[in-house]
Design a protein around this ligand. Sequence first.
Ligand code: PLP
Length: 501
Amino acid sequence: MHLLNQQTSEQYVTHMQKTSAVIKQWLDDNNVYLGGTPQQVQATNTFSIREQGRDIDTILADIQSKFLPSCVSTANANCLAHLHPPTLVIGQIAEMIIAATNQSMDSWNQSPAATYIEKDLIHWLCQRCGFDDISGVLFDEWTGHNAGGVFTSGGTQSNLMGLLLARNQFYKAKGVDVQKDGLVGQPVGAILCSDQAHFSIEKNAALLGLGQKSVIKVATDASGAMLMSDLQHQINRLGADNVMAIIATAGTTDLGAIDPLMAIGKICHDAQIWLHVDAAWGGALLLSQRYRHLIEGLNQADSITLDFHKHFFLPISCGAFLLRDNRNFESIRHHSEYLNSADDEQDNIPNLVTYSLQTTRRFDALKLWMALDLLGTDDYGALIDSCLDTAKQAAKLIDANENFVLVHEPIISSVLFYFAPKDTALSDNQLAQLNRHIAQELLVNNIANVATTQFKQCLCLKFTILNPNTQINDIADIIEQMAITGFKQLNSDDLNVDGKK
Ligand SMILES: *Cc1c(COP(=O)(O)O)cnc(C)c1O
């Protein structure tokens, strides 16, 4: 009676409508966050498991009164903390279909049409990344030897796949089958990435048995992009033969810095080193009309991370891993009679389990498919570009304000800055404390969700503008509120300024 089937189809519509109404009210209220302090939000959202269940109306009433106000609303224009966007309604519609159909991407007979849709989309993404410029023809059949890929749970998993395949390839070249024999006793190759690269590189290196120490951080310039001189120096120091992979970042998480992909690609090509490009954020520029050139050289990669639950405005989770030569998937192929039997494969029945680290897997590709269908690449690109434009305007405002310091011009759509009141001598520590306080106060008081982060030696406030509805007026209001909060704190006794308690 509670399952989705023919008998419950009427109720299904009623319940979905009620749910939509609850969500509509939450959207209309348009708060940033009403949950209060961590203690308050925890107390509001306690839950007791009962022997008897409750009816949907009661449950939805609780969701409405307790859970939703305790959410940070990504739909609100002042929610600017992380790479955490409002979602396209078409993406939510797709989520309804994904949940209702519950296709699983691990075998064709659990996802017949979905398998082909995902494959088509991967094909298109490979083209969009420019893999066909390099390999000539793109793969035509799923057994083909050209570009390929798979949808993933996000950037962390895509980065793991890149490192995994690079690792397998590195040892294969030395005559070692790591998948089978493991790593014990083998010399560990180095992984080079910038000091601004995502933390998942180190986490994944540890997962792969390489150890975090195998990750060597290359120095970056003032814009957070990898310094080629230091990259070359590190390769010379280690010996190119001992470098397992270079991870370039196209859009670092904080500053949006883009490593020089062309130059890194050339080094990797000449030295036969695997290049993985983490384009979890910058990959969105694939659709940009005005900023596409910033990721020039993406097609030099052996493998690429893309994330659609960031600057593509799709619900979590939705990411992809792309591979220039899909023969490299062979190293992780497993045969299981119930999913990808040899008979099926001979009959050319596709399965995607071979390409994924997951077994049961969501049909996340539908979200991107439907979003592209609705918007077309032009309007999709324009939405992405509008965020970059707002970031540039925001930086101008901050730069013109004597009580704030702009740390760097925006590259994609993050703005790093901090409150440093004019004519007030504060230590780095005090500034950090003050700026942290500002971010906390703005959230707890339902004004804005802004992040703090460390860039180089500096504790910064961060706007990550991933909401096309955020206007420059919204930004101006937030900056004003930041100054009010900052000055109030300065004048209170809580901040230890100039020996004052
Ligand atoms: C967000 C991000 C990741 C991690 O992706 P998830 O989808 O959160 O797993 C990796 N790399 C970069 C550059 C990112 O910005």
